[in-house]
Design a protein around this ligand. Sequence first.
Ligand code: EPZ
Length: 423
Amino acid sequence: MDSIIVTGNGPLSGRIPIAGAKNACLTLMPATLLSDEPLTLTNAPRLSDIRTMTLLLQSLGAEVQGLQEGQVQAMSSHALTSTRAEYDIVRKMRASILVLGPLLARFGHAEVSLPGGCAIGARPVDLHLRALEAMGAELDLREGYVHAKAPSGGLRGGIVEFPLVSVGATENALMAATLAKGTTVLKNAAREPEIVDLAQCLRKMGAQIDGEGTDTIEIQGVDRLGGATHRVVTDRIELGTYMLAPAICGGEVELLGGTIDLVRAFCEKLDEAGISVEETADGLKVSRRNGRVKAVDVITEPFPGFPTDLQAQMMALLCTAEGTSVLEEKIFENRFMHAPELMRMGAKIDVHGGTARVTGVDTLKGAPVMATDLRASVSLILAGLAAEGDTVVNRVYHLDRGYEQVVRKLQGVGARIERVRGE
Ligand code: EPZ
């Protein structure tokens, strides 16, 4: 397995291009199953998760081509051969569950393996299933698969009240509702930019959707959807991650393609911590105002609140802040696995349940550390950028799931970082 070696660095400077959003692409790709006409996505990120989704769609008989080095996903589902998503692909990536709604809506039946949990939590899919049942679906869970059947006339519009905000369940329900007979209303829907991006793509395909980006989305079902070409929205989590590089190291870095609306709550916390963010013609310019980063308190919430996917990275910044920060992880039950690794680097972190208290230290010391999940792995790299000496991050395959060319992008702004091929 490969590892990445980061050597503590002085101030960074330069520009980092931000790619298309992994979490938008992973719901836009299954949308091809809703139509027998081609769907083309541009600005797609080149990530292992996208390759996994490609394999899943191809296993159903969809044609998926990564053109222009994978930045364009040209897809067609006019000749599907199966509506069964096999465990050996689904177990690699939870987002595979997002083929369930589209398959059920278009073909009236589907068998999708339950995704199982992952490092950050059990991550059930009960809200996905309840939403589809509200549209008339009959669901039978057996041998680790969801066996789903629509009523003979197809899914019916219904009222879906989510007891808690779920990005994936909102996406599955939204896609299914586009072909359901009648009106569907999603209440307490997720408001993430990736949901807005999906709705905009579905509308180009002929769907009738109102209210995306608010907590109530209304969909008028249509008989069929056509093809479309859609540009994947900028990845707000990659954006926020790289904004923290100059925040941690000092210097000034411009994040190309970044816009404030994608990271407003995050920017408010950076401002409190003494980091300045300036909108430019090409993106966002980030620098650390003079002096030490200040401690801030963080609570993760559904959008537009502070994103859980930036919690680990923010903790890396706060490890060397002046004062004590309290981070509350409200979305997932086990998302502090980066804390023990940061403590190996000298951080002072006290974790109790969903709360972590971080007492800033003057500096961190490089050490061998282990990546445990996608966002934890990049927080260790960020910490290594400002630590004294070398940090060796192992199990970096987690990184490849969500960060395209992380070494090259950071080298481009002066970071001393390299990837070492493992056995
Ligand atoms: C999406 O996961 C993202 N993944 C996650 O990003 C992100 O952390 C999460 O949303 C929250 O923003 C993709 O978009 C592919 P949820 P998702 O359903 O949809 C519970 C990354 O690092 N829940 O909003 O799975 C769940 O356990 C990944 O890129 C149920 O109880 O998240 C969690 O506690 C990590 N039942 C909470 O809701 C359900 O049926 C929010 O989960 C569904 C979810």
